[in-house]
Design a protein around this ligand. Structure first.
Ligand code: TRP
Length: 336
């Protein structure tokens, strides 16, 4: 049996890096595994990042993330898609896993060290972040976790947490494995950053729901192969971010023509950028149209999430019962 679980940060509007790296993959896995593909918008993780978290915007950013994923094709009738804070069991399991997790293992997490290093006061929640993540996964006894490379260490820790629990209380959890998003699909930032990332600011990202005119305003001035100083200088599309975008968006014929045109200085960079836009339009227009439809009917998005939470609870509640029993808690109404 395969059960897929992944967590999606509520960062609001996703960009095309999220789309090619993760979202498209979630849809594909959903088509393959149906209700054994479980996706959760991890709003309980969000407040561990005081800089990005704001109680006035969290709900909207969570909603936007749900809407965008549904617009891409994530079907809440097919997969289980819900909001973490709406399924209380995540918090409960997280605590129960915390009590047995060595502090040293948490302090060793590179993401913790990176984030903590930038803060004057370190919230304990930042240290516990990976335990909540382990709870997310283990609550559904998921065995397959599609994530980016930066999360692999957290999945390793999840395996150790599962192993430790099984050893202490009896076999309960499978040890999940990380399935890496394809490295080939790492999308560079439109400003030349190696990786498109919201943390680098709006100038680095192309929003999945961004109007095409606005996208063109970012693509037009984007840096290209620095060897092409003059129009007559040949270039290398394999070291050019516009070349990378063509590989994601353009059809085979266009890709062939721009590759050849760049290497022979047959076309200029502006022409090459113009030829990128039809592919972007072809890919994003249907997604943006579905997003606009969903925006007209927000109750559809909310109902999909509520249905997801209900189905998530149906899996999580018996697992929590099992965990409480194994750990030996007094059960309501049951004499010890
Ligand atoms: N930490 C993950 C990220 O930053 C998000 C996440 C939370 C997650 N819980 C998870 C990913 C469980 C996979 C499984 O992307």
């Amino acid at each position: 049996m395969t059960r897929v679980f992944s967590g999606i940060q509520p960062t609001g509007e996703p960009h095309i890096g999220n789309y090619f790296g993760a979202m498209r993959n979630y849809v594909r896995l959903g088509q393959q595994y149906g209700s054994d593909a479980i996706y959760c918008i991890v709003d309980l993780h969000a407040p561990t990042n005081p800089a990005a978290y704001d109680p006035a915007t969290l709900a909207r950013l969570t909603f936007e993330m749900a809407l965008a994923n549904m617009a891409v094709g994530l079907d809440p009738e097919q997969v289980i898609f819900f909001v973490q804070s709406q399924v209380r069991e995540h918090t409960e399991l997280s605590w129960l896993l915390t009590v047995n997790t060595p502090l040293g293992e948490l302090e060793r997490m590179t993401q913790f060290k990176d984030k903590a290093g930038k803060l004057e006061s370190i919230p304990a929640g930042l240290l516990m972040y990976p335990v909540l993540m382990a709870a997310d996964i283990l609550l559904y006894k998921a065995d397959t976790v599609p994530v980016g490379e930066d999360q692999v260490q957290h999945i390793e820790l999840t395996r150790e947490i599962a192993r430790r629990f099984n050893h202490a209380y009896g076999p309960t959890f499978p040890e999940p494995r990380a399935v890496l998003e394809q490295a080939a699909l790492r999308v560079p930032g439109v400003d030349g950053h190696a990786k498109m990332s919201k943390s680098k600011g709006e100038s680095s990202t192309i929003g999945l729901l961004e109007p095409l005119g606005s996208i063109w305003n970012k693509v037009r001035p984007a840096p290209t192969d620095p060897a092409r100083v003059r129009r007559s200088d040949p270039g290398n599309p394999d070291i050019c971010l516009i070349g990378d975008y063509h590989k994601l968006f353009s059809d085979a014929q266009t890709l062939l023509e721009i590759t050849d045109g760049c290497r022979t200085a047959g076309i200029g960079c502006i022409d090459c950028k113009k030829r990128l836009m039809p592919g972007i339009e072809r890919e994003l227009t249907p997604i943006q149209a579905r997003a606009a439809e969903l925006r007209e009917r927000p109750e559809t998005v909310l109902a999909g999430l509520a249905y997801g939470a209900e189905r998530a609870r149906a899996i999580a509640a018996p697992v929590m019962d099992e965990v409480r029993t194994r750990m030996g808690f007094l059960r309501a109404g049951a004499r010890p």
